[in-house]
Design a protein around this ligand. Sequence first.
Ligand code: ARG
Length: 582
Amino acid sequence: MEKILDIITEKMQQAFEKAGYDPSFGRVTVSNRPDLCEYQCNGALAAAKQYKCAPIQIAKAVAEQLDKSDYDMCEAVMPGFLNLKLSGAFLAAYLEEMRTQEDFGVQKIGQGKTIVVDYGGANVAKPLHIGHLRPAIIGEALKRLYKFLGYNAIGDVHLGDWGLQMGLIIAELQEREPGLPYFDQGFTGEYPKEAPFTVTDLEEIYPTASAKKADPEFSSKAHQATLELQQGRRGYRALWRHIMNVSVADLKKNYDNLDVHFEKWLGESDADPYIPAMVEDMKNRGIAVQSEGAWVIPVAEEGDKKEVPPCILVKSDGSAIYATTDLATLVQRMQDWNPDKVLYVTDKRQNLHFEQVFRAARKAGIVKPETELEHVGFGTMNGKDGKPFKTRDGGVLRLEQLIADMTDFVRAKVVENQIVEEDQVEATTAKIAMAALKYGDLSNQPTKDYNFDMERFAAFEGNTGPYILYTIVRVKSILSRYGAWEALPIQTPANPFAKELMIAITKLGPTLEAALRSSSPNLICAYIYELAGCVNKFYHETRILSEEDETLKAGYISLIGLAKNVLEQCIYILGFSAPEKM
Ligand code: ARG
């Protein structure tokens, strides 16, 4: 569906033309004086300069040409503004179309386009910690947004499954259990199907090994193991498979709990086969040059405000690094999916890394000139006190623990207020906790740091996830008391609150598009907060179920039903859902 602003701009342009002026002056914007009007056009002021006459004269002539049935008010006011209020009939017709079209008639701007969203970024053998919350939540929301707007969106977790961390684990296991067949170079039999460790073991093994990095002897063993693993040593590959299976199963479970789902579970190891040919080619074409024994890609550009150091492709010891993997991953993605865009969601401390990788990829022609590469670098989630989040003993808080804390906090409220039957407590709690957690995060502009405040995020009032859920549940309850409502048509607004609600609903498409273009799910949060506010105001000011005029009542019901569906669609994109009762 065409956006309201576009429709009324077109009509305004025709009116300018009919009145004898250049139609390009007819641009309409949302009013910056909502107390006076809903939309406005300032074109007469600019036109006056060209036509050398008073702006008000032009505005009046244009107003004459507007179709009065579209507006409750279309006024030329001094010095030459055109103030507009849409008519109820116009709004009702527009909303009825939204109600009856698929996906509310939102324009599918991504039709035929493919995007890869690289988010999550978990590292194998390390439990998810709170640093993994933001990439999971923001990435999932952006991916769902792209999907809803028509893109073929491929979410890829891009596991950290190939570097030194693997060598560290292998070296540590060898010290503990040297007798395992994986370490016997002469072993030619089949390796056991079962891993020689559990995920809990791994969670202890990895930090222990990591702490030993300072020990030169252990460190060199770990580096050697990493190299041999990458070169294909059979026993190490088998051990690596075990680490992967055990760890990925656990990661999947954790992401599932967050309602975060990846289309692809690829990782750094999957990019490895692409590295040799890519490096060879870059050397041959002079894209990569030698510098102090390493191979680098110079990526500084004229006009850089900050120094952008060369992108290191191969270190002096011959090993590949983070940037090499990201470039090779792009080779794989272009080859397999030919995306129009690749979007990365990571901590903003990786800004420079991605700047270098993007420039190198363009320079080497790994992506097409028109392929969009974007990095969404998000800020840090701090504790309530604004300081980095730490456990009581100073450690890193596990994601599982954070979710458990939020869940406990919400459960206590649910139980205390006797919100639902006993057998519904857990399911309802889980939904509210997820809304609190995700909305608390997503309502902030991604690039900004924010403070994690459980009490505030979980409050049922204010700008919170639970408040949005509460609004949806309230409407659901009215609808269920009314009966079948899905087929009821939208009617002209019966009061100003209905009208305000209707105007809010029409902003769905423009909001989603703006959120996509600026990678800002926070715009969707702001939108549903406004929309929920309009729903509640309408609810308080209007007798809905007790309305005696059945036609009027049906109109009210249809309107709040549509509002509820829009809210539910938006929270689906944000990654949470509403319970039946709250
Ligand atoms: N595993 C990485 C980390 O822990 C994040 C990966 C992000 N994605 C990427 N393509 N580099 O920092």
